[in-house]
Design a protein. Structure first.
Length: 342
C-alpha cells in the first residue's frame, strides 16, 4: 500500500541523492536557528534557573514528535511529508489544510530571524547612539520597521534566486550555526561562571511549576522545532528507510544538548548583582542582546563581534514547493534544481 502511494504521488524530477549527513545537517540547521539568540533570556526571565527543566521537558515532548516523524518519514519517503501525510490518510482537503498551515508557519520564520538580528544589533553602543531601532520594551520603532522591511525583501530575493546556492553551502552554514553557540558556551563558562546564580533571586524555581510550564511557549518549544526538515526531504534520499530516522533523532539529540548547555552558560555568566531583586531583568532593563552583552562583560569582545555576525547570517528558507506539488499553491513554485548533497 505504501509503495503504491509513493509511486502515485512522487515527482519523477527529483533525484534520490541525499545521504545521512545532508539530512542531519538540514534538520540541525533548522533546530539551531535564531531561537538560541534570545531563548535563554526569555526562559530565564520566566522560570529562573528552573528554565533548565523547561528545556528538558520541551526536549522530551518534541522527541516524541520527532520519533513519530522519523517513523512516518521512513515508511512514506516523499518530499514534504508533514503536508502530505494528512493527504494520504484523509484526502485532498486535509492535505490542502495541512500544506497551507505548514507554509504559514514557515513564513513566520523570516520575520523572527530579522527581529532577532535587529535586537542584537541594537545592543551595540553605536546603534544606541546613532541608529535606535527598538522601543524600550523591545518592539520595533519606525526606523526598525523600515530596516526590517528592507531585510525581509533581501531575504525574499535570496530565497527565490538562491535556493541552489543555499543547498550547496548548507553543510558549511550548519557547522557555523552549531560552532558559534558551542564556542559561546565554552567561553562564558571559562571566563565568567557564578554557580551561586542557580539559587539566586528566589531560589532554583522562583516562580514554581507555573514558571517552568510558562517558559515552554515563550521561545523554548519554538527553539527546538525544525527536526522535521529531514522528513520534508525524504523524497530525495538515497536510503530513506535507513537515513531519515537516524538523521531526525541525531539532529534532535544534538540540538537539545546545545540549548541546555546555552542555558547553563547564560545563567552562570550573569552578574549576581542583577539577580538580587529577581529574574525580571537578568542582563539589565532594555537590553535585548543577551549573549552579546555577557561576552562584553566577560572581556571577550572578539566573541561579541562573532555573535553580531552570526545574528545576521542566519537565512530563512522558502516553503512553497511542497504545497505546489499538491496543487495547493502556484505550480511554478514547485520548480527546483536538483543538486547533490551527501
Amino acid at each position: 500500500m505504501a509503495q503504491m502511494l509513493l509511486e502515485a504521488v512522487e515527482s519523477p524530477n527529483l533525484k534520490r541523492s541525499v545521504g545521512f549527513w545532508g539530512l542531519m545537517f538540514v534538520s540541525l540547521g533548522s533546530i539551531i536557528g535564531s531561537g538560541w539568540l534570545l531563548g535563554a533570556l526569555f526562559a530565564a526571565e520566566t522560570a529562573g534557573p528552573a528554565s533548565l527543566l523547561s528545556w528538558l521537558l520541551a526536549a522530551i515532548l518534541l522527541m516524541v514528535l520527532a520519533l513519530i516523524h522519523a517513523e512516518l518519514g521512513a515508511t512514506y519517503p516523499v518530499t514534504g511529508g508533514t503536508a502530505r501525510f494528512p493527504y494520504f490518510a484523509f484526502g485532498a482537503l486535509a492535505g490542502f489544510t495541512a500544506g497551507w498551515a505548514a507554509w504559514l508557519q514557515a513564513v513566520t520564520i523570516a520575520p523572527i530571524e530579522v527581529e532577532a538580528a535587529i535586537s542584537y544589533l541594537s545592543s551595540t553602543k553605536w546603534s544606541k547612539e546613532h541608529l535606535v531601532m527598538l522601543h524600550p520594551n523591545g518592539t520595533l520603532n519606525g526606523t526598525g520597521l523600515i530596516i526590517a522591511t528592507a531585510a525581509m525583501l533581501l531575504f525574499t530575493i535570496i530565497s527565490l534566486a538562491g535556493a541552489k546556492l543555499r543547498s550547496d553551502s548548507n553543510s558549511v552554514m550548519v557547522i557555523w550555526k552549531t560552532a558559534v553557540p558551542l564556542l559561546t558556551v565554552v567561553v562564558l563558562i571559562t571566563l565568567s561562571f557564578n554557580a551561586s546564580n542557580f539559587h539566586a533571586g528566589g531560589g532554583f524555581a522562583p516562580y514554581g511549576a507555573h514558571g517552568i510550564f510558562a517558559a515552554l511557549p515563550i521561545g523554548v518549544v519554538f527553539a527546538l522545532q525544525g527536526f522535521e526538515q529531514a522528513v520534508q526531504m525524504a523524497g530525495e534520499v538515497r536510503d530513506p528507510q535507513r537515513d531519515v530516522s537516524r538523521a531526525v533523532i541525531v539532529a534532535m539529540l544534538i540540538g537539545k544538548s546545545v540549548y541546555i548547555l546555552l542555558e547553563i552558560a547564560f545563567i552562570g555568566a550573569l552578574s549576581p548583582a542583577n539577580l538580587v531583586h529577581g529574574w525580571s531583568a537578568p542582563i539589565g532593563a532594555g537590553d535585548f542582546g543577551p549573549f552579546y552583552t555577557l561576552a562584553l562583560a566577560a572581556g571577550a569582545g572578539w566573541l561579541a563581534t562573532i555573535l553580531l555576525i552570526d545574528a545576521v547570517v542566519r537565512l530563512p528558507a522558502p516553503g512553497w514547493s511542497i504545497s505546489a506539488r499538491r496543487r495547493a499553491c502556484p505550480t511554478r513554485s514547485a520548480r527546483t534544481k536538483c543538486s547533490r548533497t551527501s
